[in-house]
Design a protein around this ligand. Sequence first.
Ligand SMILES: [Fe+2]
Length: 447
Amino acid sequence: MTTLKQSFLQGYVDKENYTVSRQVYVNDEIYRLEQERVFARVWLFIGHESQIQKPGDYFVSRMGEESVIMTRDRQGEIHMHRGMKVCRYDEGNTPVFTCPYHGWSYALNGSLVGVPYYKEAYHSELKKNEWGLVEVAQLCNYKGTIWATWDAKAPTFEEYLGDTKLYYDILVDSRDGSPGGSEAIGGVQKWRTGANWKSAAENACGDGYHNISHRSVDMVGIGPSGGKGRRDDETGGSRRLAISTPEFGHGALTGEQLDDYPWTPAYLNDPEVAEWAEHCYYERQRNLGKLARVLGGVGNIFPNMSYWSRQPRRMVVWHPGGGPQQSEYWSWFLVDKNAPDKVKEMLRHYGLRYSGPAGLTEQDDMENWNYASKASNGVIASRQPYNYQIGKGRFNKNDHLPGHVVEGMSEMNQFGMYSFWAELMDAESWDDLFEKRERREYEEGKA
Ligand SMILES: [Fe+2]
C-alpha cells in the first residue's frame, strides 16, 4: 500500500509558498515512481553522433536506470535499443550484438538474426521478427546531440525544447554562430555520488546563488583569461538573466550584453588560440546580429541533462543510480569540429582542470549535494521543506528574449523544474498531464 500523498503538486511541491518537500530526494517509493512517470516518458539525452561515426560503431548509454545501445547501422541510420546484456563494453565497433548467456544475436538495427539450435530447440517455429531488441519510441538527432523517449505520445523534441531552444543552441552551434558543427572529444567521464539526481539537475537549471561554493576557484583564476576569473566571455555591461521554461521544466542562466561591444581578448595564453577566438567572435556577430549579445551560460534540459555553453563546453547527465540517494554522473566535452587541433587540445586541458571529478569546480558542488542529501533523511530535518523563494513573482513573460525571464538572481527556474516534475508524477499519461494543466489553469483563472 502506498504511503505517498495523493497529489505531488499539492503534497510535495507547494506552489503557494514556493517550497519543496525533502521527501522528493530520499523516499524510495517516489524514486521508483519517477522511473516510470518521468524517465519512461520524457526526452532523455543519449550521446553525441560523433561517438558513432562509422557503421557498426556503438555506445552504451542509459535512460534512467535502463541500459541502451546507440548504434549506427550499415545504411548510416542511428538506432537506440534496450539491451545491456548483449553488449558488455562501453563503446566499440561490431557487426552484431550477441547475448553472452544463450547466444541470441542481433543486427545493428536491433532485429534478431541468430538463434542457436533454431531447428533443434525451436523446431524453426520461433518468430524471430517478434523478438528483436526493444527500440525507443522516438529518436531525435538535434544538431549532433542524440535524444530519445520511450513514449510515442511525448511531444516532438523541438516542441519539448520550447523556449529554451535559443539557449541550448549556444551549446550545440559553432562558436562562430553557424548551426551545429560540434563534436565530443576525450571520451566520457563517469563517476558516482551519494546525492539524488535532482540536486545536481536543479543546480545547473538555475542556481546563480551558490557562488560562495566556488570562491577558491574564482580566487585562483583558472579560466583561459588567466587572472580575470572563470568566465571567458565577460565584457562588462550586461543583464544577468535567469530564464525558465516551466511548461517542460527547463531552465538556463545567461546574460545579455546591452550594446554592441568590441572584442576583448580572453585567451591570453596562446596567439593561435586567441586568433581563433577573435575570428569566431566577429563571425558570430555577423551571423547572429543582436542575438550574438546573448552569452553562453548554464542550463538544464528536464529532467537530467545539464549543459555549460560557455567554455569549457560540456554536457552532463545525472543518472539516477539504483536508489534515491545514489547517482551516476556522465560528462562529455564539446568542441567545434573544424577548430584547429591546438584549440581543441587547449580546451580539453581547460575542461579537465575546470570541470569533472578531477577538475576544480565540480567537487565544490558535489560535496554540497551530498551533504544536502544526507541531511534530508533526519526526522526533524524532514519537517522543514526546501525554500525556493528568490525571484518569486518576478517573472517577465514579455521580455524580448524567449522564456520566463527574471533579471538578476532567481529560483523560479528550479521551482519550474519541480512543478513540472510534480505534474508528471501526478499524470497517468502525456494527455492526462495536458488535460489536468488546462483544467487547473481554467480554475486558477476563475479564482
Ligand atoms: Fe557550482
